[in-house]
Design a binder for this molecule. Structure first.
Ligand code: BGC
Ligand code: BGC
Length: 537
């Protein structure tokens, strides 16, 4: 007992002395020199917080990271609930022998979207349509502040995929279908999230994902196979990563997809030769959720290939104890070198030092007051305005008149906050209805109307004369593979709704809520104005 107390004191003196050292690489080396093999492997493991078998496993295995997957909230999904959760996990991490702080990650992909009351920004497909990198940077500064307000250090964002097939369920996570827009917007996002100094309490670590070729799979099948030449892989799918690396993005996530039949998670040429050596990425590579498991049915071989290919941290996320024992045996059997382990751990520790987690591991309470604030919502509103795409505007139907008119609002998505937020909102898949605080389209119109009368009829069956109809149509929420579609046609019910209203002689303003471009040729002639609103939040 006495021995451990003495050791703990020596270690804590050592660590605080190290933290004063201006040279981060030296600090990293000093910590690495104190670490046992078990502690090193623990740093490389990321567990889902809900998968912890025992909360003290955090310190017992000296886990490097925890994550909240989509919808993995504390029992009380409030700002304070998240702060308490984060600080509690962190305090347990600090009880480990070396007291290395956790880095906690989450998918804050359009605002701090798991947290009730956080500002929900448009999904990236809408962000791309703003063509306004300054605004996108500001929006991401707000996302960083709201994430940091809950203590969390790291977002799995931005997704810099370049979707080539709109049937893919993740189309909305990308900024657009060209490398040009990917480059502009990934840079602006990372700049906003990380700022120029990660130790600033208002900034968080970003993660460019999913490296590489996720948007190029055959038939747009999620986690599928991208069959392209190396030139196309580099010019189309990899271009944004070069900007991300120039901005010193701290982490990059490997992709589930394969390139010409080989899974990215086990791809040593792309992860190590290209990403780390050629492009000079010196942050850490995190696996995707159970992505390592897909490299081979034999888990031991899958772990071996992935770590040797260059994965530094494994989003296990459930069987972390098993993962740790497998990786340890691979090192003992010389199938994974200690040099590879040291390289991975150094990359992870470096980001922890840059984030100043050793000196300030807990939530900075000064950020709480701006969480979900009007000032933050105003930036989101501006982002929504600039993300809208007007595809058709005839007969002066727009702008809507605030006074002396009768406005019919139709379509079930007109009063559906969850639908306009899409997937990755409060839950992983998202859901319809009043899932968080916000204003749906109907309420928005009602709020702005002055003497104009707003009538809502979901099915458009309103037989008195009106001046104009706003008809909101589109998709219900989905995420990842659950959103893969064969057809891009608009739902028949929505087509008929628009036709029926137009056939009564009422001018129609159509608003399409969707996570992708859809086929609108059949309804376009029945509209006077048409707005692609994407997933505005
Ligand atoms: C997704 C990632 C995400 C991760 C953690 C995976 O299923 O592909 O984009 O960051 O889960 O939620
Ligand atoms: C989690 C997501 C994750 C997905 C992967 C879900 O259960 O909530 O975060 O991306 O699983 O399949």
């Amino acid at each position: 007992m006495k021995y451990f107390i003495t050791l703990a004191i020596i270690v804590s003196i050592t660590l605080s002395a190290i933290s004063q050292n201006p040279d981060i690489d030296q600090k990293v080396d000093s910590v690495l020199n104190l670490m046992t093999l078990d502690e090193k492997i623990g740093q490389m493991a990321q567990a889902e917080k809900g998968a912890l078998e025992n909360i003290y496993d955090i310190s017992y295995y000296s886990l490097g990271s925890l994550l909240s997957g989509g919808g993995s909230s504390p029992a009380s999904n409030t700002l304070q609930g998240w702060i308490n959760m984060y600080d509690n996990y962190q305090s347990i991490a600090l009880e480990s022998r070396l007291g290395i702080p956790l880095i906690y990650g989450i998918d804050a992909v359009h605002g701090h979207n798991n947290v009730y009351g956080a500002v929900i920004f448009p999904h990236n497909i809408g962000i791309g349509c703003t063509w306004n990198p300054e605004l996108v940077k500001t929006a991401n500064q707000i996302v960083a502040k709201e994430v940091a307000a809950t203590g969390i250090d790291w977002t799995f964002s931005p997704c810099i995929t370049v979707p080539q097939n709109e049937r893919w369920g993740r189309t909305y996570e990308g900024f657009g279908e060209t490398s040009e827009i990917q480059k502009i917007m990934s840079g602006a996002s990372i700049d906003g999230l990380q700022g120029s100094d990660l130790s600033n309490p208002e900034t968080i670590l970003a993660c460019a994902k999913h490296f590489v070729g996720d948007g190029g799979t055959i038939n747009g099948i999620d986690q599928g196979n991208t069959i392209v030449t190396e030139q196309i892989l580099r010019e189309l799918h990899m271009a944004g990563y070069i900007d991300a690396i120039n901005l010193e993005v701290g982490s990059i996530m490997a992709s589930y997809n394969s390139w010409n039949g080989v899974k990215l998670h086990g791809h040593d040429y792309l992860l190590t030769d290209v990403l780390k050596n050629e492009l000079g990425f010196n942050g850490f590579i995190v696996s995707d959720w159970k992505g390592v498991d897909q490299v081979n049915e034999d888990y031991r071989d899958a772990v071996k290939r992935s770590i040797n290919a260059g994965i530094d941290m494994v989003m296990v996320p459930d069987r972390y104890i098993y993962f740790i024992s497998i990786l340890k045996s691979l090192v003992q059997d010389n199938e994974v070198s200690i040099e590879r382990i040291d390289d991975a751990v150094k990359r992870i520790l470096k980001q922890k030092f840059l984030l100043n987690l050793f000196d300030e591991p807990f939530t900075n309470n000064s950020l709480a007051s701006s969480f979900g604030s009007v000032a933050h919502r105003n930036i989101a509103k501006q982002t929504v305005r600039e993300s809208m795409v007007l595809l058709n505007a005839k007969n002066d139907v727009l702008p809507l008149q605030k006074n002396n008119k009768k406005i019919l609002v139709a379509g079930k998505l007109a009063s559906d906050l969850g639908a306009q937020c899409g997937g990755w909102t409060i839950s992983w898949q998202g859901s319809n209805g009043n899932i968080t605080e916000g204003t749906n389209i109907l309420t928005g119109i009602q709020n702005l109307a002055e003497s104009s009368e707003v009538i809502y009829s979901e099915n458009g069956n309103y037989n008195n004369p009106v001046d104009v109809a706003v008809v909101v149509i589109g998709e219900n929420p989905y995420a990842e593979g659950a959103g893969d579609r064969v057809s891009l046609n608009i739902d028949m019910g929505d087509i008929n709704l628009i036709k029926n209203i137009k056939e009564k002689g009422i001018p129609v303003v159509a608003v399409l809520i969707s996570g992708r471009p859809m086929i609108i040729s059949e309804i376009m002639p029945y509209t006077d104005a048409f707005i692609a609103a994407w997933l505005p939040g």
